[in-house]
Design a binder for this molecule. Structure first.
Ligand SMILES: C[C@](O)(C(=O)O)[C@H](CC(=O)O)C(=O)O
Ligand SMILES: [Mg+2]
Length: 301
């Protein structure tokens, strides 16, 4: 209903405990608070807020234009809509280490279960595009340390992402990951690995939880959950998947309505009114006021 039932502390604990099982956690990216409800309803155990999606939602490319207060506000709307632990993409931390520290506290206050910080320079870009640059390893270690020092809830997950694979090669990326763990990172996101052998090399070298980014149309292969679990990975991320899917459907729908002058042929592809109301738990609101849900839905709704 309009309340969630769990505190941020409970969700952070739940994420930690889930990661400790060693079973792969599939983490779909929410495209808005409502889709976070759907992620929960379909049985996933955690959700993600992608920087690329948060930027695209505002009609912007993913190049560090969004501000920390914008993403914190959207994150808070999302964490109000679901009881799942939510991990957010905090890009580079939005500036110097002191900005990263403030970012951690703002995102803790938004009810999130954790965040990831990356070692790109500003302006950052999508990790699967060419031409990105990374900061010095020590600069990123300072970023991570500042984030760790700022964290108030020790269960808030601080994940470090390295974009170095595409810039400096696999060995350098692994060295960086180890340095970030030494600086206090709880988990590592090795960005844009090319193949299973590289995933394996990372797993052998680093013993904290590892995230595999299964973003589409990027540099890496799309590996199945089973394959990633066999590789010893802890999180399979589908960051922009559902935005791409939804926008594909919206674009097709717009063209259809224009061409056919009606949305009739689209009805079988739509979420029905009754499914939407079910997701919103519409009926339960009548516990506050029985006049809220005193109608009958038509059979095809
Ligand atoms: C994970 C990511 O950081 C994101 O913002 O979702 C992006 C995803 C994408 O652009 O496909 C990234 O991999 O850099
Ligand atoms: Mg991102």
């Amino acid at each position: 209903m309009l309340h969630t039932r769990t505190t941020p502390a409970q969700r952070r604990r739940a994420l930690r405990e889930r990661l400790a099982t060693g079973r792969l956690l599939q983490m779909p990216g929410a495209i808005n608070p409502l889709s976070a409800k759907l992620i929960e309803d379909t049985g996933f155990e955690a959700a993600y807020l992608s920087g690329a999606v948060l930027a695209a939602d505002l009609g912007l490319p993913d190049i560090g234009l969004t501000t920390v207060t914008e993403i914190a506000a959207r994150a808070q709307q999302t964490t109000r809509a679901t009881d799942l632990p939510v991990l957010i993409d905090a890009d580079t931390g939005f500036g110097e280490p002191m900005n990263a520290a403030r970012t951690v506290q703002l995102l803790e206050d938004a009810g999130l279960a954790g965040l990831h910080l990356e070692d790109q320079v500003n302006p950052k870009r999508c990790g699967h595009l060419d031409g990105k640059s990374v900061v010095e390893r020590d600069t990123m270690s300072r970023r991570v340390r500042a984030a760790v020092d700022a964290r108030r809830d020790p269960d808030f997950l601080l994940m470090a992402r390295t974009d170095a694979r595409a810039v400096e090669g696999l060995d350098a990326a692994i060295d960086r990951a180890k340095a970030y763990v030494d600086a206090g990172a709880d988990a590592i996101f090795p960005e844009a690995l090319a193949n299973e052998a590289e995933f394996e090399a990372f797993r052998k070298a680093v013993d904290v939880p590892l995230l595999a980014n299964m973003t589409e149309f990027g540099k890496g292969k799309l590996l199945t959950a089973r394959a990633l679990e066999d590789l010893g990975y802890n999180i399979a991320l589908y960051p922009v998947t559902f935005l791409r899917l939804a926008m594909g459907a919206v674009e097709d729908g717009l063209r259809t309505v224009k061409a056919e002058g009606t949305q009739e042929s689209l009805l079988p592809r739509m979420q029905t009114r009754s499914r939407l109301y079910e997701l919103l738990d519409y009926e339960a609101y009548s516990s506050f006021d029985s006049a809220v849900f005193d109608f009958t839905l038509p059979p095809d709704a």
